[in-house]
Design a binder for this molecule. Sequence first.
Ligand code: ZN
Length: 288
Amino acid sequence: MSEKVLVIAFDGLDKELIEEFNLENIQQKEFGTIDNQTGMKNIYTSELFASFITGKNWQEHGIEHLTTWEDKNKGRLIETLAPKSIVESTKGFHRLRETLKTLLKTDEVKYSQEHLETETLFDKIDNSRPMYIPGFNPTIFWQLKAETLPLEYGYGADIAAEFWDTREHEFRTKNLFSELENDIVSPRDFLMVHLHRTDFHQHLYGDPTGVLDKDKLRKLYQETDELAGEILEKAGDKYDTVIFMSDHGLPAKKGHNEKAFYSSNTKLFEDTPKITDFHDKILEMTQE
Ligand SMILES: [Zn+2]
């Protein structure tokens, strides 16, 4: 019998902190680490989620890092003059890169479906719905980099956090709940929802190399756990398998740390899965 599978992605939810703050809903029956490094080029959101939904690495699915260029040729020139690897650790190079973008009238855009070179779970499972998946169908808010606007205009981290929560997080959770509460349409064979709140807040005050506010992190993690509880309650009799996961953990000096987690209410893996292992597993569960 085929199963109905729900995946909730909590971007950046750090496995070590889940354990430290003892989150009860997030840690379902099976709880463990995701190997998000084997075959990956970068621990960045778009590349990792593209790997999750295709079961392939960047060489095959074509998505590496977080963003690509509107104009490939101009992008290549900028990459040569101000390589991302140097920009991330050198302020002067960051300014150079920004100046080049203005002069060449091009910008980085977040990856989406059009950049993918292989099929995804959403192509393979008929009754499936992707909600805001990086590297596939991200929200317009995130595509337009709206989340950084308050900071660019000089507002502080608290305003930026509130801006995100009220415009973007509420939008995603509202639509997630109306999907789960919809009694007219039967549950999907595969529903996957991406929530970005933890990662965004962590970049504001959870950066171990800059601002690290443990109290704020504890509150953020507890709120996330409450949300996970509400999701479990609403999804309970509709979905056979509920998987919670993250793509990486806290921000690090370069990108993010590797502390990704997964949990499931049913048995999934014997050993630590690679982020590319979920594709076959979900396909198998939904198509048995
Ligand atoms: Zn991420």
